[in-house]
Design a protein around this ligand. Structure first.
Ligand code: MG
Ligand code: MG
Length: 279
């Protein structure tokens, strides 16, 4: 359920969210390294489940109720392979060379949520799939770089969209699913669309934390949902990529809470102020 308000966090609350974000970053890195030919998606989910327990966090996904009478989500990760776009349910599927796998993962720690997604190639990827993932990752960082106090939510979608549209390949940009505010719940206001107009939408202010998450397809962006009621696929069965980070606006700049380095390197490359909070 979407909580109907925009939270603005204190500095101590942002530090608490950074702790949750670092748990997400570390476990996602373990999953990235474990995603190899011959591994099942259920095995990856089991690894994540064990790590969550080990560090004393709580899954943001397990038992998630989307509120439309759907079954509660049965895993701690969403693992979406090839034409699966988002919300794939881990299971007996064995990953094989050439698969394009998005892993979406979130936890709460002391009541504060972090949410992030990566796309991983299994073994050697066909060039067009490798490029799709990199274009999506670049679009995520373009969206992050557009965030600033005094800006608007539409600045983010504009930057994401422009980053993808300037490519020579005509990719699909998923519009049905968006990023979101995040904090005491995983999904909060405002929505953060991946298409947009600069200067439009909810104002961005210090203390806001949002998840930005472009979903991009090699073919058309039209979607369908499988009979499991969760897994979202492309209608034309083209491959999809998905990257996500949770980002905080601090007094000094941006703090990418789910990036191991807080976003320092990618923000510096884009000339954007890096704004971590000290102890
Ligand atoms: Mg996510
Ligand atoms: Mg999200």
């Amino acid at each position: 359920m979407v909580a109907p308000r925009i939270e603005r966090k204190t500095e101590d609350q942002l530090r608490a969210m950074r702790a949750a974000g670092l748990v997400v970053a570390r476990i996602l890195e373990q999953l990235r390294q474990a995603a190899r030919p011959g591994v099942t998606t259920a095995e990856l989910d089991g690894l994540a489940r064990a790590e969550i327990a080990r560090v004393g966090a709580v899954s943001s996904f397990l038992g998630y109720d989307a509120g439309y009478g759907l079954p509660p989500f049965p895993a701690v990760t969403c693992i979406s392979v090839n034409d699966e776009v988002v919300h794939g349910i881990p299971g007996p599927r064995v990953l094989v060379e050439g698969d394009l796998v998005s892993i979406d993962f979130g936890v709460s720690l002391a009541g504060w949520h972090g949410d992030s997604a990566i796309t991983v190639g299994i073994g050697e990827l066909p060039a067009e799939r490798a490029r799709l993932s990199e274009v999506t990752r670049q679009a995520l960082w373009a969206g992050i770089a557009a965030v600033r106090a005094g800006g608007r939510i539409g600045d983010i979608g504009h930057a994401v969209e422009h980053s993808i549209r300037r490519e020579p390949v005509r990719y699909g940009i998923v519009a049905e699913f968006t990023g979101h505010g995040i904090g005491t719940a995983m999904h909060m206001e405002p929505d953060v669309p991946n298409l947009g107009r600069r200067g439009r939408g909810v104002p961005l202010t210090t203390g806001m934390t949002i998840a930005i998450e472009p979903m991009v397809t090699l073919g058309r962006a039209a979607l369908a949902t499988l009979d499991d009621e969760w897994t979202v696929v492309t209608r034309d069965r083209s491959a999809a990529a998905h990257w996500e980070h949770t980002v905080a606006i601090t007094e000094r700049g941006l703090w990418v809470l789910t990036a191991a380095d807080g976003g320092e390197a990618e923000l510096a490359a884009r000339g954007v102020p890096f704004g971590p909070l000290g102890d």
